[in-house]
Write a protein that binds this ligand. Structure first.
Ligand SMILES: [Zn+2]
Length: 459
């Protein structure tokens, strides 16, 4: 007897797509079948619905600890659950900076108390913490993150420092995730925009032009080629960057790239409507670039997508009124971005479900050592599932959002796809508009059954 049966759904992962059933036992996928052949304690009828591996968000800022007036591990993972996400990778922009093994372990202890979906953490990579890289790995880091441009949270790294750290990361076997923008270009262009008084939200992208990203991406790819380290381009915003990464991948360089739904769904013209809520780094781009990104996506040149959810208080976002360059960069997105991407990618542009799952789950699981525990519906995998209704439209409104600060650039937008239910290790954590898990249900995704760190092993 199984614990749970999900019957009559359209079941898909990276390799399969058929109408049938998923059976769950002890939190794991026990069987997938075309016909409802087994008995289970509980049955969910998924007629007319789509059942996929839960989304894995490899790029979220949950601001905990240190900035919890705008988000924390509880509100952030509730929002993730409502958005169909079953594993979140939290980025190291918190305080104290998780740049040592000890601080990362302390942060994990906070997350363990509050999370309602599974999670892992990235450590911070800064010019001075080469000796801590191994300790962060031992504390369970799925990777470490570095900045090429200035960031208020993590000191930026120059090329020599990157080279040195990447050699070390290659030895340790830990991926490096990089915010790629050329610092000189960004600071000069931003200064020029401010001196010319061009400081409206719609002007903002000209302060961080596309060349700032593409140049930095090429530099990172070269460093990855030189060092053999596993490198990753965070939140890529231009089609040209995607082509650069693809060219290096074809040469055998160990580099991957993610984009965010906002670079596929929004363009810079929308900043008139979004105002400071649409300010993020890198910024929203030209419409033509967005179309170009889609054609690269269709060719398989984007490995995965991440929300880059990044909340601030209303007051913090208001700091940019009158000068968009003083806006803290980032938008909320974790609850809406995957259903919205489903609408556009599968609903409008005809992307097949296998490719959609690779983009939203499987490939991130592979990069960060979670596969085949996560990211697949193979028997033995964690029973992490999202059940979608692709034809039940809803309107984004404050009362539907679980964000601690329920603003979003897409307030009032209609989304055709509804997340019906989110299941983590066999348990429903979100269903019908409500969270059904207690804080602390979420586990460190790389832990084994006894809670011991398994560490990262890249596929
Ligand atoms: Zn980010």
């Amino acid at each position: 007897m199984f614990d749970l049966a999900i019957t009559n759904g359209r079941i898909a992962d990276a390799l399969q797509d058929f109408c049938g059933c998923v059976y769950v036992k002890n939190g794991k996928i026990a069987a997938v079948t075309a016909e409802p052949v087994f008995e289970a304690a509980e049955t969910i009828d998924a007629s007319g619905l789509i059942v996929l591996p839960g989304f894995i968000d490899p790029h979220a800022h949950l601001n905990d600890p240190g900035l919890t007036e705008s988000e924390d591990f509880y509100t952030g993972t509730c929002s993730a659950a409502a958005g169909g996400i079953t594993t979140v990778i939290e980025h190291p922009m918190t305080f104290p900076s998780p740049s040592t093994g000890k601080i990362l372990a302390d942060k994990d202890a906070i997350a363990k108390e509050k999370a309602v979906v599974d999670y892992t953490l990235f450590g911070a990579c800064n010019p001075d913490n080469a000796d801590e890289l191994i300790k962060m790995k031992e504390a369970g880091a799925a990777g470490v993150k570095a900045f090429m441009p200035y960031s208020p949270e993590i000191p930026k790294m120059n090329d020599g420092q990157l080279l040195f750290h990447m050699k070390k990361l290659r030895e340790i076997g830990l991926p490096l995730i990089v915010h790629c923008e050329n610092d000189d270009i960004v600071s000069s262009c931003t200064e020029k925009m401010i001196s010319e008084g061009r400081t409206a939200p719609a002007d903002y992208p000209d302060g961080r032009p596309e060349i700032a990203e593409t140049e930095a991406v090429e530099r990172l790819a070269k460093l990855a080629q030189e060092t053999g380290a596993s490198a990753h381009v965070a939140h890529c915003s231009t089609a040209e960057s995607l082509r650069i990464v693809q060219a290096y991948r074809e040469k055998g360089v160990n580099i991957t790239v993610e984009t965010c739904p906002h670079y596929l769904l929004f363009n810079r013209d929308m900043l008139e409507e979004f105002g400071t809520y649409g300010i993020c780094n890198p910024p929203l781009r030209r419409k033509e670039n967005v179309e170009d990104m889609w054609s690269e996506l269709k060719k398989g040149h984007i490995q995965f997508v991440g929300s880059d959810h990044c909340a601030y208080t209303y007051e913090e976002k208001a700091e940019g009124e009158g000068n968009a360059f003083s806006t803290p960069p980032g938008m909320t997105s974790i609850q809406t971005c995957f259903p919205m991407l489903f609408d556009e990618a599968v609903g409008k542009r005809g992307l097949d479900l296998n490719a959609f799952v690779r983009l939203t789950s499987t490939n991130a699981a592979k990069k960060y050592g979670m596969y085949p525990k996560k990211g697949t519906l193979q028997p033995g995998a964690d029973a992490d599932l999202v059940i979608l209704d692709p034809d039940r439209e809803w309107t984004v409104s404050e009362d539907r959002l679980f964000y601690k600060q329920p603003w979003t650039p897409v307030m009032g937008w209609k989304v055709k796809t509804t997340v019906e239910r989110t299941i983590v290790r066999g348990k429903t954590v979100y269903h019908g508009g409500a969270i059904e898990a207690e804080p602390g249900y979420g586990r460190y995704a790389l832990d084994d059954e006894e809670g011991k760190k398994e560490g990262t092993k890249e596929e």
